[in-house]
Design a binder for this molecule. Structure first.
Ligand SMILES: Nc1ncnc2c1ncn2[C@@H]1O[C@H](COP(=O)(O)OP(=O)(O)OP(=O)(O)O)[C@@H](O)[C@H]1O
Length: 257
């Protein structure tokens, strides 16, 4: 399989934060959504991959080339967009551009980035601050981009509903560590939510509980081995867990010890 991005054992240490031993591969022709709460390390990961931040790694390769030895060539074939891109990089903002709405400006940035015909797009919260109509237009542009099987996208976003519409894989980063990288099919078949009382909660295998929330008279349980739980408990109701549910459970729920 050809990979648009391959990262092995990437670690980046700040004084109070460590992006810890990250490994993943993004197949060509696919879109990976990078999610995680504020401060989880999404921008640090993207900046490390792009060489904007120094990091330790065994391998960072993009479009089949090693970033250490072919950084210049790789950068010709990738486009990276960040939130507030124009401001951040001090690009000339002519009056006409200044007068544009945020939505128009972001569309312009995408158009400019794509006009170089990149093979890989790396987007860090690039659509944040846009209303649903503009975000939808950007998603259409991204969908068109991925129709070419030689193209790929890595995009961080807090708007999980956007990722639901476009991503093939979801990578969930929590406190500097990758919690999982899964396809939507895997997420649907692996995870589920059970609302239950103490008795059922106690009889669930601890290995099958990803996280739970205790409510006054019941438990909300995010299970992670849905098929196995279903085999044991044939009559219980298991609701589907969205990517947002999983994030909320893992970030705010309790873990079994
Ligand atoms: N240059 C830096 N020096 C020291 N610490 C940093 C630096 N850049 C980021 N950090 C820390 O690294 C952690 C991860 O930050 P990062 O911006 O990667 O998270 P994020 O997942 O992108 O968050 P957000 O969703 O809020 O953008 C934070 O605790 C942040 O304070």
């Amino acid at each position: 399989m050809e990979y648009a991005i391959e990262v092995r054992n990437l670690t980046k240490r700040y004084k109070d934060f460590t992006l810890d031993d990250i490994s993943f591969a993004l197949p060509s022709g696919t879109v990976m959504g990078l999610i995680g709460e504020n401060g989880a390390g999404k921008s640090t990961l993207i900046n490390s991959i792009l060489g904007i931040a120094d990091c330790d790694s065994q391998l960072v390769s993009m479009l089949g080339l090693d970033m250490k030895t072919h950084g210049k060539k790789i950068k010709e074939d990738i486009a990276a967009l960040f939130s507030g891109y124009l401001e951040k990089f001090g690009l000339p903002q002519k009056k006409k551009i200044k007068k544009m709405s945020t939505g128009m400006r972001v569309k312009l940035e995408f158009a400019a980035a794509l006009s170089h015909h990149p093979k890989l797009l790396i987007l860090d919260e690039a659509t944040s601050g846009l209303d649903p109509v503009f975000r939808d237009e950007i998603l259409d542009i991204l969908r068109e981009f991925t129709e070419d099987k030689g193209h790929a996208i890595l995009m961080s976003s807090h708007i999980t509903s956007d990722l639901d519409k476009i991503a093939d894989y979801i990578a969930y980063l929590h406190e500097g560590k990758i919690q999982f990288i899964k396809t939507y099919d895997e997420i649907r078949s692996d995870y589920g939510i059970i609302t239950c009382g103490q008795e059922l909660f106690d009889s669930l295998s601890r290995d099958d509980i990803a996280a739970y929330k205790k409510e006054p008279y019941s438990y909300q349980v995010l299970i992670k081995n849905r098929g196995k739980v279903r085999q044991v408990f044939q009559d219980i109701e298991i609701a589907n867990a969205s990517v947002e549910d999983i994030m909320l459970f893992c970030a705010k729920g309790e873990q079994v010890k």
